[in-house]
Design a protein around this ligand. Structure first.
Ligand SMILES: C[S@@+](CC[C@H](N)C(=O)[O-])C[C@H]1O[C@@H](n2cnc3c(N)ncnc32)[C@H](O)[C@@H]1O
Length: 271
């Protein structure tokens, strides 16, 4: 990994570690997406699961509840998120859970060892998404399945437009994050093809949401705090105040209105 990509990845991980204790409350919608992804997997015997960007363990726990694997490996560079996962894991008896602090591009996980690899709401943070899919595919046994949930094309376009309209402007890399984050169905098919996987199902769910402004901003604080790392406190508070005022001015009676889209993908490694 290049030095700049490594530094960015470390910032993202530090941001998630800092906000780990607030994470689950702030992104409740993700859990519903994870449930639908796991529900869409074909019924079969999955003995070993690899959860990449596992965070606090939502996907692994959902997967365990449905399929009862023997062993789960969770990989995430944010130690704080893994600590929360460890607390959840204490409540489980019949599954061996190994949590590893690592980046998707550098996972100390045996090739062809997993029956399933799951990666939920993490791919938008990967600098090299195609490379990350290849890394995950390499850990699948022949016949194994990859399941991905990611931000989809057009996600939060209204918030991005609002950020771009603020004057004086917010840092350019805040709205620019949306250039790298969203993934289209076609792009996902390309990633799967280049990793030698066969797509089983790739789809986008699009939702219209009305969310109280402060709830929306709290979620942003939790998932994207690294974007303001190192910024002067007065400057940061000034940006936050102007964003909040602009959102309140634009909000309807039920809150800030925006579209959210999630991309789902399930693919198999040829047997
Ligand atoms: C929004 S959370 C999702 C966590 C969990 N999968 C879920 O669905 O709740 C994104 C996670 O991706 C992790 N992440 C960020 N960059 C990563 C990377 N380069 N490799 C692996 N995980 C990464 C973060 O540390 C964070 O825990």
């Amino acid at each position: 990994m290049e030095e700049s990509a490594r530094a960015r990845a470390q910032q993202v991980a530090a941001g998630f570690t800092e906000s780990a204790s607030d994470y689950e409350g702030a992104v409740r919608y993700n859990l519903d997406g994870v449930r639908r992804l796991v529900a869409a997997l074909p019924e079969r015997d999955y003995s070993e699961l690899l959860d990449v960007g596992c965070g606090t363990g939502w996907s692994a726990l959902t997967f365990i509840a449905r399929f009862g694997p023997r062993r789960v490996i969770g990989v995430d560079p944010a130690s704080g998120m893994l600590d929360v996962f460890r607390e959840h894991a204490q409540k489980l008896d019949d599954v061996e859970i190994d949590l590893i602090e690592a980046d998707v591009m550098n996972m100390p996980v045996e090739p062809e060892s997993a029956d399933a690899v799951i990666c939920t709401m993490a791919m938008h943070w990967f600098a090299d998404k195609a490379g990350a899919v290849r890394e995950m595919a390499a850990r699948l046994r022949p016949g194994g399945l990859l399941a991905v949930l990611a931000g989809g094309e057009g996600v939060e376009a209204e918030y991005r437009q609002l950020l771009e309209s603020i004057d004086p402007p917010v840092p350019a890399h805040w709205p620019a994050l949306y250039d790298t984050a969203p993934t289209s169905e076609r792009q996902m098919h390309g990633f799967l093809d280049s990793a030698g996987l066969k797509a089983i199902d790739v789809w986008i769910e699009r939702r219209f949401r009305q969310t109280p402004v402060d709830d929306f901003l709290e979620r942003m604080r939790v998932v994207a705090s690294h974007l303001s790392e190192g910024m002067d406190t007065d400057e940061l508070e000034g940006h936050q105040r102007r964003i909040r005022e602009a959102m309140l001015a634009q909000a309807g009676p039920n809150g800030f209105e925006y579209h959210f889209s999630k991309l789902f993908a399930i693919a198999a490694k040829p047997a």
